[in-house]
Unconditional design. Structure first.
Length: 162
């Protein structure tokens, strides 16, 4: 989890949940701010649909200080990212970086805690946890239930209306 500069397409699979919504909303990861600049017009619709079907929201914030990434890291990271997106109830991810780039944060959101837990014990994720010192200077994880989210409405956010 957490390599800079990736662009992904999130698709909810209807088979994953009776409450799932089919989404096809490209988002850009890795830039400071993590916002999707090309598809802002889709964000209000996406947020409205998500608010109607999501009763609970959970997040896993992975905060890390990057070390040296290699091809093995990139391959493992891509597999973990795919596993996260494929879990039932996956909502989305946002990634932030400190101004100096020394600390990063990727926050993943789900509408159910059991899916977050399932990712945490996924075999590829377990392998990455065992080998983290090869690629990171350090890390910290924060698991949270989103109980409230608000703002001035100037931009959409995955948690808006939670």
């Amino acid at each position: 989890m957490g390599s800079p500069g990736d662009q992904r397409t999130v698709e909810e699979n209807k088979a994953n949940s009776s409450k799932a919504v089919e989404l096809s909303a490209p988002y850009t990861r890795g830039s400071v701010g993590g916002a999707c600049h090309r598809h802002k017009s889709l964000m209000p619709l996406l947020a409205t649909l998500l608010r109607k079907v999501i009763q609970h929201m959970f997040s896993a914030a992975f905060i890390w200080e990057p070390g040296t990434y290699d091809a093995e890291f990139n391959e493992l990271n891509a597999l973990i990212e795919a596993a996260a997106v494929a879990t039932p109830g996956f909502i989305g991810v946002e990634e932030w970086a400190s101004e100096d780039g020394k600390r990063r944060n990727a926050t993943y959101y789900w509408d159910r805690l059991d899916s977050l837990k399932a990712l945490s014990v996924h075999p590829k994720h377990m392998e990455a946890k065992r080998r983290y010192a090869q690629w990171y200077r350090g890390y910290h994880v924060v698991i949270s239930e989103v109980v409230k989210s608000y703002g001035d409405g100037a931009f959409e956010h995955l948690t808006r209306g939670a």
